[in-house]
Design a protein. Structure first.
Length: 119
């Protein structure tokens, strides 16, 4: 995993992307709870987040809201999601941050993507 991650980060940085470590407070200490890699193309941002096992549901919502507010201030955010992620992104739609815009067949090797965009 470490080798794959290093390669992904290097490729992303070459393309002008960015990487962030999401931090949350637990037992009075700051701990890393996610890795967020963002690829930029024209005025669009494509974030990908990997949650660490320490991330609570609250951490996930709070950091997602923070990332989306910051990103959508400057970019159109597009998130192609897998079937098992749709409920999570639909929940973020309730905060007025995203909206579902459609389905793309055969987007992922194992199936379709449901596309969300920033509002």
């Amino acid at each position: 995993f470490k080798g794959e991650l290093s390669q992904m980060l290097a490729e992303l940085m070459e393309k002008g992307g960015e990487g962030y470590i999401g931090i949350a407070r637990k037992d009075g200490k700051d701990i890393p709870v996610c890795l967020c890699l963002i690829e930029y193309q024209q005025n669009r941002a494509y974030p990908n987040v990997w949650w660490f096992p320490e991330a609570t549901p609250r951490n996930k919502i709070e950091l997602s809201v923070k990332f989306l507010i910051e990103l959508k201030a400057e970019f159109l955010v597009l998130i192609p999601s897998k079937e098992h992620e749709v409920a999570y992104f639909s929940h973020l739609c309730k905060y007025g941050l995203l909206r579902k815009v459609g389905t793309i067949r055969e987007y992922f090797p194992d199936g379709k993507a449901v596309l969300f965009q920033s509002v």
